[in-house]
Design a protein around this ligand. Structure first.
Ligand code: NAI
Ligand code: MG
Length: 349
């Protein structure tokens, strides 16, 4: 049977995970998608229970599952611990070779007024950032910090670039068929290779348009003309920065989900935000980031496109009625919003 490892984590992690699982269970109850859940510890919760942020049992469960759902990790409670909760997530990414982080940025009608950017600029924005997650300057050796100087190393192999390019082109084929490859090829050697490989890979996808953009220019266009983009593919550090910039377009972190893809076929799905300690335990977290993580899982891991569309449609209907949490200007609780989406989904089915 399909096995999903569930890592609720810390702060609002457990609250929003319960919401996501509640929505997923509608499909099980109706015989549309069968699965079993294995709940494991990670992050601060794991430190409290067994003294480390990523217990072997958790890794083993992930490695024997078909997909992984993660809530959020971290919080001030563990600030003074020897090992931090977040180390659990980094180790998990490494151990499961999660090489591609996919972050969809969609500004729906209901959210347009919440964005700090002018309405006519962002209305209709719909793009995806594909960020390389296991290479580049964050992992390069040697790395040195001396009294008078410091050193970081940026390395990319052709193989690493090709792998992420293919992920981007394949995604673009299912969308508006445009890839924007972002680099700094006027300066960096790794970016020159990046651009070469992008051109080579693009030959295998003749129906997809490839365009190159320098990262500084991309940062500007993302805010001034975000509708220009379909799929953006970029290296680790550029992707880290650009994806945080992109999250501003939608107005709230509470609606954004991401997937991290692995060549092993075991992918991980999680909200992009953290554990929101300021609102944890108050039943006020926005569950949409987790519910969208569930619909991404249905699409990317299980090819259940119809079911994923149903979830997204149920969310849209509920938002249209103004049933939203406080971060979106509403007055509903986490569980209220979830119950409304559940009802809507049952009607759609
Ligand atoms: P955060 O993303 O947890 O919170 C930033 C702001 O957004 C807060 O005001 C929070 O209340 C709000 N927010 C976030 N998610 C929300 C939701 N679903 N509904 C409504 N409001 C929401 O970032 P922060 O405060 O910098 O970090 C808190 C902890 O999370 C730290 O320990 C950090 O290291 C960790 N973290 C974990 C990540 C992960 O698990 N992947 C990612 C980012 C941070
Ligand atoms: Mg970041």
């Amino acid at each position: 049977m399909t096995k999903i490892t569930v890592l609720k984590g810390d702060g609002i992690g457990p609250e929003i995970m319960d919401a996501g699982l509640d929505i997923l269970s509608v499909f099980k109850e109706n015989g549309l998608f069968n699965y079993e859940v294995s709940e494991e510890l990670v992050g601060g919760a794991a430190i409290d229970a067994v003294g480390k942020p990523l217990p072997e049992k958790t890794v083993e469960s992930c490695q024997s599952s078909d997909a992984i759902l993660l809530g959020a990790i971290g919080g001030p409670k563990w600030d003074h611990c020897k090992e931090r909760p977040e180390a659990g997530l980094l180790a998990l990414r490494k151990q499961l070779s999660l090489y591609a982080n996919i972050r969809p940025i969609q500004v729906s009608e209901e959210l347009v007024h919440l964005s700090p950017i002018k309405e006519d600029i962002i209305t209709g924005t719909d793009f995806v950032i594909v960020r390389e997650l296991t290479g580049g300057i964050y992992f390069g050796e040697p790395r040195e910090l001396n009294e008078e100087d410091a050193l970081d190393t940026c390395i990319y192999t052709k193989e690493e670039i090709e792998r992420i390019m293919r992920a981007a082109f394949e995604l673009a084929q299912t969308r508006r068929k445009k890839v924007t490859s972002v680099d700094k090829s006027n300066v960096l050697a790794t970016s020159k290779l990046w651009r070469q490989v992008a051109i080579e890979v693009s030959k295998d996808y003749p129906n997809v348009t490839l365009e190159h953009q320098l990262v500084d220019s991309c940062a500007m266009v993302m805010i001034t003309k975000p509708k220009e983009f379909d799929v953006i593919v970029t290296e680790n550090m550029f992707g880290d920065i650009l994806s945080d910039e992109a999250s501003v377009l939608t107005g709230s972190l509470g609606v954004l989900a991401s997937s991290s893809l692995s060549k092993t076929g075991i992918h991980l799905f999680e909200p992009i935000h953290g554990s929101a300690p300021d609102i944890a335990g108050q039943n006020m977290a926005n569950p949409l980031s987790m519910i969208y993580s569930v619909s991404m899982m249905l699409r990317d891991s299980f090819k259940q496109y119809k079911l994923a569309d149903m979830v997204d449609e149920a969310v849209r209907q509920v938002m249209k009625k103004g049933i939203m949490t406080k971060d979106l200007g509403g007055s509903y609780s986490t569980t209220d919003v979830t119950q409304h989406i559940r009802q809507e989904l049952i009607e759609i089915i």
